[in-house]
Write a protein that binds this ligand. Sequence first.
Ligand SMILES: Cc1ncc(COP(=O)(O)O)c(C=O)c1O
Length: 400
Amino acid sequence: MRMKIPFGTMSITEKSKKLINEILESKKVSSGKYVREFEKKFAQLVGTKEAVALSSGTDAVTLALAVLYDFGAERNDEIIVPALSFVATGNAVLQAGFKPVFVDIEKETLNIDPKSIVQAITEKTRAIIAVHLMGKPADMDSIKDIAKKCNLFVIEDAAEAHGTIYKGKNAGTLGDMAAFSLYIAHMITTIEGGIVTTNNPEFADVLRSLRSHGRACKCAQCVLNTNSGYCQKRFNNEYGGDIRFISERIGYSAKMNEIEAAVGLGNIEIYSEILQKRRQNLIYLMSKFKKFKPLLVSITEGPDEMIGPHAFPVIIQENNNFSRDDLVLYLEKKGIDSRSLFLSMPTQCSGFKFLGYSLGEFPNAEYIGRNGLHIGIHQDIENEDLDYFIKTIEQFLSKN
Ligand SMILES: Cc1ncc(COP(=O)(O)O)c(C=O)c1O
């Protein structure tokens, strides 16, 4: 069935289509000059010195964490993670070779509860992952205070935080590194893709090595994959031998390709329009939705923040006569696509069972896992669609 209000969309501009054709004609499709251009423009947009493009948002979290091995971390060290997030956040910690230590979230903000972080810190803790879920910024001042006192790194999972502003600063500039997803439903997309932003050039160097099997070459403007470039370091380096085949660290295969970068470059060009339209949709829906309180609630925007308009979360409050799944099914029958608002990774996702957590340890995350959903607010959604959504909720509530 074709949805009246689909969850996600993507914009492919004429410029992107032209570039994609050129790239295909040239047969220079693997990571090259357009990926470099995309990285430069993404860094400018966010306001960081560096951005390193990767093949997914999950890789972005994984590789940002793996950088820490070059800066004192050891395998099996601990990373603090909010229990509620898209499961990719927890998977990334394990894929990077660390142990996730989960803490509960705040029900109202959906983000990590700073009060629970302190109790979770041990001698093995190396970093805190601050997820800005649904584009709502995490409490970065408290998180950074704790990190400073305990000498920990802060990694933002900014997958859903394109356009998020916290106390005048963009998400992506608030920690040591930030991981964005560029997957289709996200505001800037490369189809599949991810990118890490950072102000630390040394982190960026290591990221460039990690995405390419941990090899010793990590220059921002690599010429070795252009088959015309001459690289002075190729054989003239501290190791002796071809630098491309010297492995400095355990790496990944996580590069972005030129076609993906071409889609992303088009998106950056129209980013302000996408952001404006999505913000309008978010603000419109937040104001219309207030009347469903206390049965249904969403997140609210604080005075010193701007929520990045990724999607619109809905949380069913306690003591209702209906379940989240009743509402999801009703919406679906009316052509409104939705997604659940993720799960408590340690206690509601069976893959994490081996870590030994038990149901009940993360009451807020588990509550959202049972009672949360989110719908799209993307650039192809109009006010009349949002009015239709509100009317559909009214009908549902009158029947229940
Ligand atoms: C919070 C969060 N972290 C990580 C990811 C992973 O991104 P990707 O799907 O690009 O791997 C997502 C995906 O949307 C996400 O929502």
